[in-house]
Design a protein around this ligand. Structure first.
Ligand SMILES: [Zn+2]
Ligand SMILES: [Zn+2]
Length: 344
């Protein structure tokens, strides 16, 4: 089959590799859509943590946001048949350690991660996955199904924060994750969602997807704008999806008493100046989350019911061979690119 393989920094090759074969518990999928994410840009550049720390084998096929059709199943596999449309979770736990047994498979010390950590990903014609990590999504388009992974990254902190109808929610970041956070917060009934981002065209997409306010974080008075929008109260929940120290003064300025701050962006080793006294006095919770464990079925349901939409987020499509072009489009946000899909 044809695949994109990472051999080293800025050395990803479109090449012929052996077709994957299923083990007894595996499913082989013909990939029909695979999204390029900011992490794939880090992989391409060779700066992603697993690669700089030599944690993963190389060469590896990247791509952790994908969907396709089942074409072959292993002998133990029930519940999936040839022709099912599926997507699959990125984190594949060992299913035996204490973390896995508690459902924390994305923390499993023995885990593999599709396209990132010792497991080939979806920038290929075929992918092999354990059946335990596959989900049927017959009611969705391939492109939307390939965005279940980023949807999970948005839904998980929304769930963990317990977003409810009383909550004013601020989403920080207008990338695909932030644009999904707007929708998951709305799906959970948030009273008001304020999107804080940097690009006017993306803020417009945020409004289209349900943001009640869409503000620029470079505006000097953005904190006042959020306070004004919430009658002086501030926001009960912050869903942070940027990972830049410059967002912290905004978070500290807008969080309400008893607020919950959900951090999902990675800070690439940078530290934040945090004034803790107001957080202590106001009983603020700060919570880090990674991935979207135990919520893929719910993500699929939200998409299938139309409560969450991929269509304005997926902006561009390219053939698999044009992976590098897709990476550069995503990096430069060429032509308003938000999510670029490869169609193998
Ligand atoms: Zn991703
Ligand atoms: Zn484990």
């Amino acid at each position: 089959m044809k695949a994109i393989r990472y051999h080293g920094p800025k050395d990803c090759r479109y090449e012929e590799v052996p077709d994957p074969k299923p083990g007894p518990d595996d499913v082989v999928i013909r990939v029909r859509a695979a999204g390029i994410c900011a992490t794939d840009i880090e992989v391409y550049d060779g700066v992603m943590f697993y690669f700089t720390e030599n944690m993963t084998r190389v060469p590896i096929i990247p791509g952790h946001e994908w969907a396709g059709d089942v074409v072959e199943v292993g002998k133990n596999v029930g519940g999936f048949k040839v022709g099912d449309k599926v997507t699959g979770e990125c984190s594949v736990g060992c299913r035996q350690c204490d973390y896995c047994k508690r459902g924390w498979y994305n923390q499993c010390p023995h885990r593999t991660e599709t396209g990132l950590l010792n497991r080939d990903g979806g920038f290929a014609e075929y992918i092999v996955m354990p059946r335990f990590n596959c989900y049927k999504c017959n009611g969705m388009t391939y492109e939307a199904a390939a965005t279940i992974e980023p949807t999970g990254i948005a839904l998980y902190p929304t769930k963990v924060a317990g977003v409810c109808a009383q909550d004013n929610v601020a989403v920080i970041g207008d990338g695909p994750i932030g644009l999904y956070m707007v929708q998951t917060a709305k799906a959970y009934g948030a009273r008001q969602v304020v999107l804080i981002g940097s690009r006017e065209e993306r803020l417009a997409v945020g409004r289209q997807l349900g943001a009640d306010q869409a503000l620029r974080y470079r505006d000097a008075d953005v904190v006042k704008q959020v306070r004004d929008a919430t009658g002086g109260h501030g926001v009960d929940v912050v869903l942070e999806g940027v990972g830049k120290p410059s967002v912290w003064p905004i978070i500290a300025g807008i969080i309400a008493p008893r607020g919950r701050v959900m951090m999902t962006g990675l800070f690439a080793g940078k530290t934040c100046d945090v004034l803790f006294d107001p957080l202590v006095v106001n009983n603020v919770t700060i919570h880090g989350t990674v991935g979207g464990p135990n919520c893929w079925a719910e993500c699929i349901d939200l998409h299938e019911r139309g409560l969450v939409k991929a269509s304005p987020i997926v902006t561009h499509r390219l053939p698999l061979a044009e992976f590098e072009k897709g990476v550069e489009m995503s990096r430069q946000r060429t032509d308003g690119a938000i999510k670029v899909m490869l169609l193998p």
